[in-house]
Design a protein around this ligand. Structure first.
Ligand code: SF4
Length: 1012
């Protein structure tokens, strides 16, 4: 019988173009197939270093993102009241003239009256520079409400961090702990990596109150109580110390374990490092008692006297004795010494000192951190904690992992091999979005360091340009130059009180209060405080709020109801208290309705972007890399007529980055105009190619120099973007094999990194177990130094600027407990009034609000539920799918419950950002997202229960989304059937035009045509 001829590999389209996905933060390489000028198919790019061909549901659904009926199509000027969504369309020239007329007087008068805040944009190398040139200190992106605790905790400890700046050693790890990681950040690389671990039989342990996503394939799930991760880490540290299972050789070589800390209670130098006249730290050289690197992890040098390594299980938990030792003080960075790590030592000048490790042992061997004590609060059996500690130690010290790679350390010593510590960790928002998150992140890094498991084979690995000196050297800009520009970018790293942005009375200078005594190390700013403070004029009124891609009137705001009121509130004269709001977005989000002027952005397939080493690159542990996006279409040809919902109009949108540069030129900002006033840059693409941050350093590192032959540094190359496009949209340079581990102390790596400008010199980067920066703040709070906190902040700074990691109860639960205890009218403690933790996770199939309006992704979910454990439900008499009332100290919502057994019973949770305000995103007014979907944000206060500070971490200002405590009860029976089907609260629908909801048939005609 004749067999039919089958084409088993039909071409999906007429042509294919490669670019970078923007359906989440991961920045995978994609191949976009086109047919008749329309997108036919998106696939992962196998040649791309980030995803190696893997594509997730979001990435594939980019077609519907590009053709979304919610796309904005023209600049708009508000005609109705703020929040109503009533606008008239205007031309770009009018829009840019209005913006220029608003901004020019501000720059003339006081640039700080412009507050410029962006959301999840990927162009902070431009937006931060633009703000600097405008001269406003009031700039930040979204990191403050995302995971700055993670970034700051890492950068102030390791000079690098988890987030997207480091990765587990997927090839060699044998034990992997995932702390508080949902499925959003670093999505496809983690999936690929987990597959490798599974194939090799490595153990995966997921620590998370909810077992979803990655946790579902973990070998062990630890359903921890929210906010107690730091305590769990300390209990593990307690056990490792007790068992004497510490890599002291590593700690002395790469960290400051042996640096001497001055003990002078009440003195101005108490807790600072003892240093010589040139600032070099001292250690105590024990002379003949030399250490042996071979026995790391099994007791070493001074610490072998600390515990009996032969019988760790029997060893009582107690700190090492503080003893006077023989020997002499010596420079801590000398190599031919035998530094003491325990004991007390008197310097030649008479000062008493102790090594950092002595302080670590004293603190974490305290019984308060024993597994038996930590168990109850963490919700983890003590035996489990002890077992995990043993497993960590075994994996780190008994795997005998060595790589036969010769290398030279930063001090010039040659090594024949690389000794591994195959324990890897990765952590994310689950641990950082708490008011104790900064110290919890530091606690995890301390745990890693004690195991020698940072950038050793098998452990956590830095991705270039990290590691950086800890903390990084760039301080936030605070003064203006003669040309009106700030003396440095608005965001940076505070090293001491002198770097704060406070006035002569110690009060905040920034509108978000970042870098003030209330939130000193707010390295990413505090987007979550801007609208409250701008409304209140605290510390001063602003004129214009410029925002980009930040849905701050809805799912990106705490205290949503009041935030909407602040945006619309008027003064006695009838003027808005926030006088002007300019907003740029590609879609008709909830925030668009609150803008006075709307600047419509393109989709990610219509513009140039630089995924830059100056911002958040796509490097991996074995190579530096960056990437671009480039226009696959002219937006004018991508009218709604191409989409499933036709209105026939061409779109007239512009990439926000190009618009910013246009505005900068119209305003005559330094660096954006030539001497004759003409624009320096044609558009963002031109800026990407020609702008130099320093001689030879631009946004992209690949194909630099006039002929494109240089990489890293080099003169601008006019053909650079073409070179990227020809290379699948990315550039990557491999780190030499001998330079891929121990980057903080590897001469080969440091020389390689210096060539790219990642580090200034080749000195080793010392990892900070003990943070002198934090101690400087504590000393200031104790009354030392020229700059001291105002009285109202002293106790707070003294408490939370502990130089070693601490754990404390998250503020919301602690303060509610205190309030109840002081309030005789309340029955019982907060554990009874608000007995449950409530958290959100981002669905793996959606990314923020912009993913949950996507027509294809909406087929997976159009509404969310409040998930609760069946045991919890039965305790409160709640049945599956009952409507329930959820209350916090701040508010109340009515939502539908659903049972789920994959969670810690004292926690309830939901997907974030699926709930929408009616009318937003041009969804139908009765769309399930608005009818049954909901936000937990309505329950989350933006200030603490006491009302004294933002609902945030006291060190970094990170938004404490996951501190939320709630109570639940079955909702009263609704008599109105219609109301019973709706979540509450509901708000007036936004008056955006509704998209045509005819059946989704996108691509059917393309398929038919192709088949024919
Ligand atoms: S993980 Fe993110 S960047 Fe990668 S394909 Fe999915 S949506 Fe796109």
């Amino acid at each position: 019988m004749k067999q039919p001829t089958l084409n088993l590999s039909p071409s999906p389209g007429d042509e294919v173009k490669t670019t970078t996905c923007y359906m989440c933060a991961c920045r995978c390489g994609i191949k976009v197939w086109l047919q008749d000028g329309r997108i036919r198919y998106i696939q992962g790019n196998p040649a791309h270093p980030v995803n190696q061909g893997v594509l997730c549901a979001k990435g594939a659904a980019g077609i519907m993102q590009h053709y979304s009926p919610a796309r904005l199509s023209k600049p708009m000027l508000r005609v109705g009241e703020r929040g109503s969504g009533e606008f008239r369309e205007i031309e770009w020239e009018e829009a840019l003239q209005i913006a220029t007329d608003w901004l020019a007087p501000i720059r003339e008068r006081n640039p700080d009256e412009l507050a410029f805040f962006t959301g999840r944009d990927q162009s902070q190398a431009l937006t931060g520079w633009w703000a600097q040139q405008f001269g406003t200190i009031n700039y930040a992106a979204h990191g403050g409400f995302c995971s700055v605790n993670m970034a700051a905790g890492g950068l102030y400890t390791l000079g690098g961090s988890f987030w997207e700046f480091g990765e587990p050693d997927w090839e060699h790890a044998r034990y992997f702990m995932l702390w508080g990681v949902a499925e959003d950040h670093d999505s496809n690389p983690i999936k690929l990596g987990l597959g490798k671990l599974k194939a090799r039989g490595a153990k995966i342990v997921a620590v998370n109150p909810v077992r979803t996503g990655y946790g579902a394939i973990a070998d062990e799930w630890i359903g921890i109580r929210p906010g107690s991760d730091g305590l769990f880490a300390f209990a593990l540290i307690h056990e490792l110390l007790r068992m004497d299972r510490i890599d002291l050789d590593y700690l002395v070589r790469y960290a400051n374990a042996h640096w001497l800390v001055v003990r002078n209670p009440g003195g101005a130098d108490d807790g600072l490092f003892a240093r010589d006249a040139y600032g070099n730290p001292w250690c105590w050289d024990r002379g003949a008692l030399a250490p042996s690197p071979a026995n790391a992890g099994e007791g070493w040098g001074g610490v072998s006297a600390l515990q009996d390594a032969d019988s760790p299980e029997d060893t009582p938990s107690q700190p090492p004795p503080a003893v006077a030792g023989g020997g002499a003080q010596a420079r801590a960075d000398a190599i031919d010494i035998s530094p003491a790590v325990v004991g007390e030592y008197t310097l030649a000048d008479g000062r008493k000192t102790v090594p950092v490790f002595q302080l670590i042992a004293e603190r974490y061997l305290d019984p308060q951190y024993s597994p038996d004590v930590a168990s109850e609060r963490c919700g983890i059996p003590a035996d489990t904690i002890r077992r995990i500690a043993r497993e960590l130690a075994e994996a780190a010290f008994e795997s005998n992992l060595t790589l036969p790679i010769a290398w030279t350390d930063a001090w010039g010593r040659e090594h024949a091999e690389m000794v591994g510590r195959p324990v890897a960790m990765h952590a994310m928002r689950g641990i950082s979005a708490h008011s104790n998150g900064f110290h919890t992140c530091r606690a995890l890094h301390l745990l890693q360091l004690l195991l020698g498991a940072v950038d050793a084979p098998g452990s956590f690995r830095y991705q270039p340009p990290f590691p950086k000196p800890s903390p990084p050297g760039n301080r936030p800009g605070k003064a203006r130059k003669d040309n009106g520009a700030l003396d440095a970018p608005p965001l940076g790293f505070v090293h001491a009180p002198e770097d704060l942005l406070v006035n002569e009375h110690g009060q905040p200078r920034r509108i978000d209060h970042a870098f003030s005594w209330a939130y000193p190390l707010a390295a990413h700013g505090m987007l979550h405080t801007v609208i409250r403070n701008a409304h209140a004029g605290d510390p001063y009124p602003i004129d214009t709020l410029l925002m980009f891609m930040a849905n701050m009137s809805w799912n990106s705001a705490m205290n949503t109801r009041e935030t909407m009121q602040w945006l619309t509130d008027k003064d006695a004269s009838g003027d808005y208290k926030i006088p002007r709001i300019i907003y740029s977005d590609a879609y008709a989000s909830e925030m668009v309705a609150y803008a006075d002027l709307v600047l419509p952005d393109t989709t990610y397939l219509e513009r140039f972007d630089a995924i830059s080493l100056l911002d958040r690159p796509i490097s991996d542990a074995d190579g530096a890399a960056d990437a671009i996006r480039h226009p696959l279409f002219d937006p004018a040809t991508q009218g709604a007529a191409d989409a499933t919902h036709a209105d026939g109009k061409p779109r007239d949108v512009r990439g926000f980055q190009s618009v910013l540069l246009d505005l900068g030129a119209r305003l005559g900002l330094p660096g954006m105009v030539h001497a004759d006033g003409s624009p320096t840059y044609r558009d963002y693409a031109d800026y990407i190619v020609r702008h130099e941050r320093a001689p030879g350093v631009g946004l992209l590192a690949g194909w630099r120099g006039a002929d494109g032959a240089q990489h890293g540094k080099g003169a601008p190359n006019p053909a650079q973007l073409e070179a990227y496009i020809a290379n699948n949209g990315f550039w990557r340079e491999e780190i030499p094999e001998h330079a891929r581990y121990f980057k903080m102390g590897n001469r080969g790596y440091l020389e390689w990194a210096q060539r790219f400008g990642f580090v200034a010199g080749t000195e080793p980067i010392v990892l900070q177990l003990y943070s002198e920066t934090l101690q400087k703040f504590r000393l200031a709070a104790q009354g030392h130094g020229a700059l001291q906190p105002p009285p109202e902040h002293r106790e707070r700074v003294a408490t939370y600027f502990d130089p070693l990691p601490i754990w404390y109860e998250p503020f919301e639960g602690a303060q509610l407990s205190l309030r109840d205890a002081n309030d005789a009218s309340q029955d019982g403690a907060s554990s009874e009034r608000f007995p449950l933790s409530a958290i959100t996770q981002r669905p793996m199939f959606m990314y923020h609000a912009w993913g949950s309006q996507n027509a294809w992704l909406r087929q997976i979910a159009t509404r969310n539920w409040l998930y609760l454990h069946p045991d919890t439900a039965s305790k409160y008499g709640i049945a599956d799918e009952d409507w329930i009332e959820v209350a916090s100290h701040h508010g109340k919502i009515t939502v539908q419950a659903k049972f789920a057994g994959n969670m810690q019973p004292d926690t309830v949770w939901s997907w974030n950002a699926i709930g929408k305000r009616k009318g937003a995103w041009k969804l139908a007014k009765d769309a399930p997202e608005g009818e049954k979907g909901f936000l937990l944000n309505h329950l989350i206060s933006d200030i603490t229960p006491k009302g004294d500070y933002a609902n945030a971490d006291p060190v970094t200002g990170q938004a404490a989304w996951f501190d939320l405590r709630v109570s639940i009860r079955k909702a009263a029976v609704h008599t109105d059937a219609q109301t019973a089907r709706q979540s509450a609260p509901q708000f007036a629908p936004i008056a955006f035009a509704q998209a045509d909801e005819h059946p989704l048939r996108y691509g059917a005609d393309l398929r038919r045509k192709r088949g024919a």
